[in-house]
Design a protein around this ligand. Structure first.
Ligand code: PLP
Length: 388
């Protein structure tokens, strides 16, 4: 009845579990939420204020489809500083969130029948956008023993002349893993050999712990002109509902993507863009403060997970997700996730909500209060002991 491109789309696990958790809450159950991946605090006040003032001052009209020039310039400067590159504003395209930053360049690059390699487990939008573009999704398993980076043997076997695009995500959702420089170098060599493109989803690039220097494939020799960097304001600045993200890519591709934006969204909300400008131009101490708070929560929560017999969890290097290995219990991840919600009142995602490669794992977001984390650990420990 519908087109092939939408027939295979399905809901994101996080939204489905949230709906089920809310239905239980409506029945009077107390639910601890570890399923949704967003900061638990409001947008920083200086950013909200800039948005409010922009509306009051009448900044409520169309902007150029690729974004207001001042914001594109500020983003270009910020990305250049982070990556040690000299990126001009013409490479930057603003969009309503990072998700359009994934979707539109895929539509511009992938022809029907082209193969696209992507991480499994990985952010569910990757597979969806590949299919909508008519591409063939080729999952590449991630390996826990390699900080959840690609299994490079499989990667080498699956990259071919049919590969058009490779999707990377570091730090990653759902694993919190970071791809090492050595692995990025390996991938970059293959990319050049096979003349393909890379989409590097760096939305968690500002959320890395322990002073780790995060490498980007875009900075490696010969890679800037075959890479689309996708980033945004949602996670770093607690702006998930404002809808603001951006892409950085070669100018010729940016022009095509701007046309796609022109004919689809028109432009990103003007006051949202002005709030984003304030996010970049204003003080960054809130970002630092929240990063320290996430680290405190990570250390507490991952320590607690590892103290549960049968559970083992790597210390995530970035983002705000933990990805414990629960394979020792011998039950499917989905069953464990469903039962943790129904029987223990803790809402979590199954690793398989992110692809078959997530079997044996759960995804738990620790961007929530220490009280919720502590109570969740108690409830989960009791539940896991009851089935051990
Ligand atoms: N990329 C990854 C890896 C994510 O985890 C998310 C959100 O969860 C996004 C992109 C989408 O971000 P946005 O809300 O800015 O569209």
């Amino acid at each position: 009845m519908f087109t092939e491109r939408v027939a295979s789309l399905h809901a994101e696990g996080a939204y489905a579990v949230l709906a089920r958790a809310q239905a239980l809450e409506a029945q009077g159950r107390k639910i601890l939420h570890l399923e949704i991946g967003q900061p638990d605090f409001p947008t920083f006040p200086n950013i909200s204020q800039a948005g409010i003032e922009a509306i009051q001052q009448g900044q409520t009209r169309y902007t150029p489809p690729a974004g207001i020039p001042a914001l594109r310039a500020a983003i270009a400067k910020s990305v250049s500083n982070r990556l040690g590159l000299n990126i001009g504003p013409a490479r930057v395209v603003v969009g309503p969130g990072a998700k359009p930053g994934l979707f539109f360049p895929s539509l511009a690059l992938v022809n029907p029948g082209d193969e696209v390699l992507y991480p499994d487990p990985g952010f569910p939008t990757y597979e969806a956008m590949i299919k909508v573009a008519g591409g063939i999704p080729i999952p590449i398993p991630l390996r826990e023993e390699n900080c959840f980076s690609f299994d490079l043997e499989v990667f080498d076997a699956r990259i071919s002349e049919k590969t058009r695009l490779i999707i990377l995500n570091s730090p990653a959702n759902p694993t919190g893993g970071v791809i090492s420089l050595a692995d990025l170098n390996h991938i970059a060599e293959k990319v050049k050999e096979h003349d393909t493109w890379v989409m590097s989803d760096e939305i968690y690039a500002h959320l890395v712990y322990d002073g780790l220097q995060l490498p980007s494939i875009a900075s490696l020799p010969g890679m800037l002109n075959r890479t689309v960097i996708v980033d945004g304001f949602s996670k770093t600045y607690a702006m998930t509902g404002w809808r603001l993200g951006f892409m950085v890519m070669p100018e010729a591709l940016a022009e095509r993507v701007e046309l796609l934006l022109t004919h689809s969204i028109g432009c990103t909300a003007t006051f949202t863009q002005i709030a984003g400008l304030q996010a970049l131009a204003g003080p960054q101490d809130h970002v630092e403060e929240k990063l320290n708070e996430y680290k405190r929560r990570r250390d507490f929560f991952v320590g607690g997970l590892n103290a549960i017999p049968g559970v083992s969890c790597q210390v995530p290097k970035g983002a705000f997700y933990s990805f414990p290995n629960i394979s020792s219990f011998g039950l499917a991840s989905k069953e464990i996730a469903v039962r943790l919600l129904d029987e223990a009142g803790v809402a979590v995602l199954a690793g398989t909500d992110f692809g078959p490669g997530g079997e044996g794992y759960l995804r738990l977001c620790y961007a929530t209060s220490m009280d919720v984390l502590e109570e969740s650990l108690e409830k989960m420990e009791a539940w896991f002991q009851s089935i051990y």
